[in-house]
Design a binder for this molecule. Structure first.
Ligand code: AMP
Ligand code: ZN
Ligand code: FE
Ligand code: FE
Length: 274
């Protein structure tokens, strides 16, 4: 048995990663990963191809999803592992998210188009699934307007920029309830990615709604945030995960830069009811 190396949060080009599910599984295998989570934004379209590639490579695939939600002004990403992809509530949530994502991306492009040569068709051509800011960034990069995706996220496409438009989203509680209804395990992604976690009374409420765990080992979480999250996890006996949030060439995050402990993976697998 190889040493388990478990990375539970990655994206393929069915959302805003740059590799196909097959290429992503190959890259995971090369990186020595034994269990890989595929968690595309608001879609499960990459699962089948990933499962086939993972089986051929002899690595374990944990299929998942990353749902964009909003709690007041805070953007909160909810990972859902092991959901039934054919569950009608999940399908409904994903198709609503795709509609919202596309109309919001169109609004951002319309604002950009007043100052830069960019069209919706060019952006849509970058995306195989729901459109996000990374796809808009790719067109700006291709045209030499900015250097890379990261420059877009600190510049033209950052919240607060005159081109930015908020993404309409369900609440974290709704995402948790739908993931649970679909037999999956809800884990909050990078909960301290913009500084500190949500206030404890909200986290408590989400745990009561079925939140099962926290992605603490993630590059975006602040040090103070990780400290608070560990206390929360211990107080509520939550699952703790670590992952890369790899997007291929689209982000600096490298496969396996953070790991999940094998006993935590066991807890996730045991909690899946789909
Ligand atoms: P959106 O969901 O359209 O608002 O876009 C946000 C997504 O872009 C996040 O979920 C990340 O996956 C991705 N992202 C955020 N920051 C960066 C970055 N610096 N470089 C590339 N992708 C990023
Ligand atoms: Zn992403
Ligand atoms: Fe995220
Ligand atoms: Fe992600």
């Amino acid at each position: 048995m190889p040493t388990p190396r478990i990375d539970l949060h990655t994206h393929s080009n069915l959302s805003d990663g740059t590799q196909t599910p097959t290429e992503l599984m190959r890259a995971a295998s090369v990186a020595g990963i034994t269990t890989i989570g595929l968690t595309d934004h608001d879609t499960t379209a990459g699962w089948a191809e990933a499962a086939q590639a993972a089986a051929q490579l002899g690595i374990q695939l944990l299929p998942g999803i990353e749902i964009s939600t909003r709690q007041g002004p805070a953007s909160v990403h909810m990972l859902g592992y092991g959901i039934d992809a054919d569950n009608t509530e999940i399908i409904e949530l994903n198709s609503q998210a795709t509609q919202w994502r596309n109309s919001r991306a169109k609004m951002i492009v319309a604002r950009l188009a007043q100052d830069y040569p960019i069209t919706w068709d060019e952006v849509a051509a970058q995306a195989l699934g729901p459109v996000g800011r990374p796809h808009i960034a790719d067109v700006l990069v291709a045209k030499g307007i900015i250097a890379d995706r990261s420059a877009a996220f600190t510049g033209l496409l950052r919240p607060g920029s005159k081109y930015f438009v908020n993404q309409p989203s369900p609440t974290p509680k709704t995402a948790i309830e739908v993931i649970k209804a679909a037999g999956g395990v809800p884990i909050m992604a990078h909960p301290a990615g913009r500084g500190l976690p949500l206030p404890e009374y909200i986290m408590e409420d989400l745990v009561e709604s079925g939140l099962s765990g926290l992605e603490i080992w993630h590059r975006d979480n602040s040090e103070q945030g990780k400290h608070e999250l560990l206390e929360l996890a211990s107080a509520y006996d939550l699952i703790v995960t670590g992952s890369s949030d790899y997007h291929g060439a689209g982000k600096p995050n490298r496969l396996g830069e953070h790991w999940t402990e094998p006993e935590m993976l066991e807890r996730i697998l045991a909690a899946i009811t789909s």
